[in-house]
Design a protein around this ligand. Structure first.
Ligand code: M6R
Length: 364
């Protein structure tokens, strides 16, 4: 039930702290990720993993794109992330020691399920599913499962499923990293960031009123550009998907370094540009990309970590709590969810049941 919330989506946005806490429950102890959550033979499996293929659709695909950075950065294991509908028709080549990983909220997405069935006929090490529905087809077909515990997600626009997927994937990347020689300090810091995440989510959602006001500036827009770098590129993609899905405003996401290679031509005073910027090693590069936007008269909306806001030349700056490499993509997603939600409400669309879309895409 929606309770006091006007829409399921808003309720589900506000459930994220609890959903993340539930997804972490019993999976970390003594500052370590419990490897047995990936099955009884997890140690051997992780040790044998030499590559990871991640397959998913939509929002779940965006979670997989974030995970790709984590798996390569923390575990030094090559990882590719691909849309299920492409993977299943491209004759993929599987190298020895590759783990197949599907991500799905519903566990019933036709393309992801078909990709999994195909993968079972190929020489993968195992098929791991990150899924939210225990009795779903994808869970049944997989050899290993790590459940997200987001609870039922009713809104068609995925919110808490995405952030809990990120948490499950971070657990995986850290566990794999541990086996592959990730240094103690970085590992401990990653685990600590996960443990602190529920509290940080509560803090970040206090931005709701500020973002609601900001949303008024978007109601008459026809297009929007989202920018990010590193793990925040897929976060930008997820922000753009949310906006187009429920407010019907055309939105595109670009890796900020690609601006000059085409999309900068679109930037003028009518084009809102939304940048998500944590304090990471790419921040100076991102800042110079943003200056290019400002120089062309683009309206810049920056969602930035408090440690980098200083000196940022943007029309509107929303300050997010400082967060590390694991927590930041989760934290930066929250204001983008709220922004899409409020823009959609102001535009009077059907927030929970956007036109032409179904919650679970069980046909190709
Ligand atoms: O149930 P799944 O996670 O497999 O669904 C995948 C996509 O259909 C889904 O994430 C879709 O993109 C959402 N409506 C996005 O908000």
């Amino acid at each position: 039930q929606r309770g006091d919330y006007a829409h399921y989506m808003l309720k589900e946005i506000h459930e994220q702290s609890q959903a993340v806490a539930d997804t972490l429950e019993g999976r970390i102890a003594g500052g370590k990720v419990l490897t047995q959550i990936f099955g009884v033979e997890a140690e051997q499996l992780l040790a044998a993993t030499q590559a990871v293929h991640i397959i998913a659709c939509g929002t779940s695909y965006h979670a997989g794109l974030v995970a790709r950075y984590w798996i390569e950065q923390l575990a030094g294991v090559p990882c590719t992330t691909e849309i299920a509908s492409e993977y299943r028709y491209r004759d993929p080549v599987v190298r020895e020691g590759t783990l197949f990983l599907t991500i799905s909220q519903s566990g019933e997405t036709a393309d992801t399920l078909a990709a999994l069935k195909l993968a079972k006929q190929m020489p993968y090490l195992a098929q791991l599913a990150v899924c939210n529905v225990p009795e779903s087809s994808i869970v049944r077909e997989s050899s290993l499962v790590l459940m997200t515990r987001a609870g039922p997600e009713i809104g068609v626009a995925s919110t808490k499923a995405f952030t809990t997927q990120l948490v499950a994937l971070a657990l995986f990347a850290l566990a794999l990293g541990r086996v592959k020689g990730l240094d103690d300090a970085r590992y401990a810091d990653g685990v600590r960031q996960l443990e602190q995440l529920p509290g940080l989510i509560v803090e970040t959602l206090k931005l709701d009123a500020e973002i609601k006001t900001l949303a008024e500036r978007f109601t008459d827009k026809h297009h929007a550009l989202f920018l990010g770098r590193g793990t925040h590129w897929p976060v930008a993609m997820e922000g753009a998907l949310k906006l187009k899905e429920i407010s019907y405003i055309h939105a595109e996401a670009y890796a900020a370094g690609e601006l000059k290679h085409g999309p900068l031509a679109l930037v003028d005073e009518d084009m809102p540009v939304i940048a998500v910027a944590p304090n990471d090693r790419l921040i100076d590069k991102l800042k110079s990309n943003l200056e290019e936007v400002r120089a062309r008269g683009g309206q810049l909306y920056a969602f930035v970590d408090e440690t980098v806001a200083h000196g940022l030349d943007a029309a509107h700056v929303v300050i997010l709590p400082a967060a590390g490499e694991i927590a930041a993509p989760v934290i930066s997603t929250l204001p983008l969810q709220l922004l899409s939600y409020h823009v959609a409400v102001l535009r009077g669309t059907d927030v929970d049941q956007p036109r032409n879309l179904a919650k679970s895409v069980t046909v190709e």
